[in-house]
Every structure is written in C-alpha cells, then in structure tokens.
Design a protein around this ligand. Structure first.
Ligand SMILES: [Zn+2]
Length: 321
C-alpha cells in the first residue's frame, strides 16, 4: 500500500482558524503528485445528484460556505475532485489516498463537517457497480454518518464504524444496524470518551468475525486519525501503536483487498506518524513511530461493554460472534 497524493488538494482554503487546513498534508512534506491522479469529476454522480454537484461548484466559485463548518474557496472544487480521483485510484490499486477535503460527513445532497463529496462512498459504489461486496471500516474518531446513511439499506456494502459516543455528529448508537435489505450490515462500535488502545483493539477483535462472514471482495478504510490521544477535536486515547496494529490485523484477515482514504486527524505533529504507522502495519514493516500504549479506566470499560453487548445482541441475528 502506497500513498497517492496530488498537490491540488492543498488549494482547498478553509480560512483562518479552521482545523481542517492545508497544513495537515503539508506536514507530510510530499513534493508533487506521486503518480498520474485522474480528475474525479466523472465519478461524482455515482453517489451525488447533479443538482448538488452544481451547487458545490457554484459555492466554490464564489468561495461561499456550504454550512457553518464547511467552507470553500476558488480551489476547493478542484481539490475535492482530485480527492475523489485519488480515492478511486486507491481502490483500483490497493493504495492510500492522502487527500482533503475529507468525505465521510458528505451526504448524497448535503455537505457537512468539512466534507464536500463522499470520497470513500464514491469508490465503494464504483466497486459495487462492478459486482463486488464492499466492507467499509471507518476508524476515524467520528461516526462517518453520511457513508453509513448512503449504504444503510444495502446488503452489498457493510459499514463498520468505531467512534466516540456520544459526540458529533450525534448518531451511531448500538441499535443502528441498517434497514430493509441492509439490516445487520451496519455495525457500530460506540466508544466512550477516554477509550484507550485496549478498548480499540477489543472492539476490532470482537466484531472481526462479522466482517469476515460478510466475505467482502474489497475492504475500504475511512482512515481518520482524530481518535489519537492528542487530537484536539475528540477525547479518545488511541495511540499510533493502534494504527500499526490495525493495519497489520486487516492485512492478515483481508490480504490484498484493502485500500484507504484519509478522513480526519487534526494534530499536525501526530498525523504523519499515525499514517506511516498504519501503512507500515499493512505493508508488514516495523512500527516507525512507537508510543506508550494507553489503557482505559474501569468506568470507561463498563460503559464500552454496555454499548458493545447492546450492538452484539442485535447483530447476533445476522452474524456469529
Ligand atoms: Zn473525524
């Protein structure tokens, strides 16, 4: 798994004081495109209606915000389509799209939470249209509410999320397990504030059997790193060690099926180390940025287990744990 990167993603200017800014990716010190990245405009309508695509383009041309958190600039549309193009290419090559703006809070026809277009959902839909079953694992510290919503009634896409709960965007409770044909294909692992590496690993190991029984052809990873203990936006306590471990674990269970796209991660000093740890884990290399592993308190474990057993109790109708 290699990094796919295009400098056009730096041209999405969110203005002063915004946590989702170009410095997040400038801190990786990447000079130019890592390879030919296709423009993603032609893929947008796999998920988004044309009226919404036009609306985003018009807002970007006028540098008007799409919502309170989701600002745009003249370069934002090109950045967003470069992000989509890189994510689709990552899906085809099994690579890591190092992109912004992130995507997992972009609904079909509504921008939210720093996201214009849903990068991972577009790539997943392209794989579904080619007859593939797609597991989306979202380990960003926020629920990927919009990705979950887009596939909530699908049995071709399973959406598995680990996220702080309660926290923005608000939903992602253990009882949200999909609807219609998609019942059982939404798997939420809500994690209380203060959850450390031990809880993160437990949640992954507990739900892995369901993910394996789904028998995905493609495993799409919404790779956000704001669950890190020093991230300014959330109160989770994962370390870079977890990102190495989960990369290694996913590669062991789903060899050759992985690709990833960057979502959140707002601590500029920690973000590159987290990404490089994850890549090293997937690629079978040692951990380049080790940290001291974090453990969770008793009360945090108790709350976590309440959520877990509620989710597993409902999901046991569909999967064996
Ligand atoms: Zn996030």
């Amino acid at each position: 798994m290699q990094i796919l990167y295009h400098p056009a993603v730096l041209d999405h200017d969110t203005g002063p004081g915004h946590p989702e800014n170009r410095f997040r990716l400038e801190s990786f010190d990447l000079a130019g495109p890592t390879m030919e990245i296709p423009d993603g405009t032609e893929y947008l309508d796999l998920v988004h209606p044309q009226g919404y695509i036009d609306l985003v383009q018009e807002h970007c041309a006028r540098a008007e915000p799409l919502d309170g958190d989701t600002r745009t600039s003249a370069g934002s549309f090109r950045a967003a389509t470069a992000a989509v193009g890189a994510t689709v290419l990552a899906m085809e090559r099994g690579d890591f799209a190092l992109v912004r703006p992130p995507g997992h809070h972009a609904y079909r026809a509504e921008a939210h939470g720093f996201c214009l277009f849903n990068n991972i959902a577009i790539a997943a839909q392209k794989a579904v249209d080619a007859g593939k079953r797609v597991l989306i694992l979202d380990f960003d510290g926020h629920l990927g509410d919009s990705t979950m919503d887009i596939f909530y009634r699908s049995d071709q896409v399973a959406h598995w999320s680990l996220h702080q709960y309660p926290a923005l965007p608000g939903n992602g409770s253990p009882i949200e397990i999909g609807a219609g044909a998609g019942l059982g294909f939404t798997i939420n692992c809500p994690l209380p504030a203060g959850s450390g590496d031990d809880i993160f690993r437990h949640a992954v190991e507990y739900m892995l059997p369901a993910a394996e029984q789904f028998q995905p052809d493609v495993v799409a990873i919404s790779a956000g790193f704001d669950a890190h203990q020093f991230d300014p936006l959330l109160q989770l306590r994962a370390t870079g060690n977890f990102y190495h471990w989960i990369g290694k674990t996913l590669q062991q269970h789903f060899p050759g099926k992985l690709f990833a796209a960057l979502e959140g991660g707002y601590n500029l000093e920690e973000l590159p180390g987290c990404v490089f740890n994850f890549l090293a884990g997937v690629n079978g290399a040692g951990m380049p940025h080790p940290e001291t592993t974090t453990t969770s308190g008793l009360r945090t474990w108790e709350t976590y287990e309440l959520y877990l057993h509620q989710a597993a109790g409902l999901l046991a109708q569909y999967w064996k744990f």
